[in-house]
Design a protein around this ligand. Sequence first.
Ligand code: SF4
Length: 493
Amino acid sequence: MKILLVYPDYEETFWSFKRVLRILGKKASFPPLGLLTVGAMLPDDWEKRLVDMNTDILKDEYIKWADYIFISAMIVQKESVRRIINKAKKLGKPIVAGGPLFTTGWEEFTDVDHLVLGEVEETFPAIVEDLKNGAPKKMYSSNGFPDIKEVAIPDWNLINVKNYNSMCVQFSRGCPFNCEFCDVVQLNGRLPRMKSKEQLIAELETLYRRGWRAGVFFVDDNFIGNKAILKKEYMPAIIEWQKKKKHPFTFNTQVSINLADDKELMELMIEAGFTAVFIGIETPDADSLEECGKFQNKNRNLVESVKIIQNCGMEVQGGFIVGFDSDKVSIFQRQIEFIQKSGIVTAMVGLLIALPKTRLYQRLKETNRLTKKSTGNNTKTSSLNFIPKMDKNVLLAGYKKILSTIYAPKAYYERIRTLLREYKPAKKKPQNFNALRIYHIRALVGSIWWLGIKQRGRLYFWKLILWSILKRPSLFPYAIGLSLTGIHFRAIL
Ligand code: SF4
């Protein structure tokens, strides 16, 4: 059996960083972890090949070579998926498709030969058996949330790791919270399920053996979903492994804001090599937080919580949303002020969108407020897929105003300075932190060329560089990295 695993390309979103990656000589931010895991689950005697369309071209000859085309995709890859389906159909090759796009929106893909809904671990043995027997079913559906203690270790040999800015691992699935707009609970459940400690370490070891020595992103929905067991078992294991290997990796992940309440956990994360966390802040407005059920963000000083984490030694990246029913027109200015004050440089501000199967989707459907299907890209004004309470034009104009303000050079470099003032990185640097690589030279030269010579806002860039050399020289590479990221944010405005 010959299986072609295809990962569709995605358009420019907050997460894509395409322009910056080009400067750094990389092709994509992250590898397709789900497909790499599926690749590892295929029988040993089957031939397999993986094409990530974000790094390579999907040639007709690859499709012709295969017996089956396996696709895994998120909602934001929908358009690319449609093109792949058409291509495969034209060449007469059957498709097996899974992942969040199909799990929450399979009704749009009834022309796909075989659909895999839900998490694949439970259904995969049956799929393989049916493929062997030449009688695969139209649909495989896993309604429960399987144990992930012993899932397959991704087959990293299917990709060229050098194409990517960061590698990925997954430690857990699920999140104990239940925000109205989020599809994590529907996809992965509220009870965090974790891999075994041994499994997690084996995955890190595999990446290490593959020669990787840089950043690793824990793709978990909420890394701190079960803090007690994380502190007791997993963090000590990661720390021990990092020490044994002389700290080859830096880590980043996604967490909820209550990380700020747990000093012990933050210190363990720093010791393990975590340098940044992404947090869904969403909004400084208490009514909007109440409306979307983000109770963990309520009744706290959010700026203070962010600063506690920065002071401890991790950069905080933040997600923000406008378009809640409770939002007043003052929300746009409040979001700008909050973002500037918090020193969240990587502030990903999006419009509220109703993703399929979420509680928000259901509520809007019941009140006839849905207007179209979601594209999954919440940064485009055209992506608004429901009738907002606020006048639509006011909402879209206010949203654009936030983006054009916070990513304008003056505000952006000011935020970097605010962050660098608060940020207290770990004293002991990871191995890869100090090693000068071509990657760093490209970042320095690229930033000087693009930000110091070519683009507008040059003066602010040079002021930041000077300030950083004089006041925070140890964080100079960090200032360069954050400055470069600004190119991406200004490009997607
Ligand atoms: S905390 Fe984050 S992952 Fe968890 S339900 Fe809310 S938005 Fe989703």
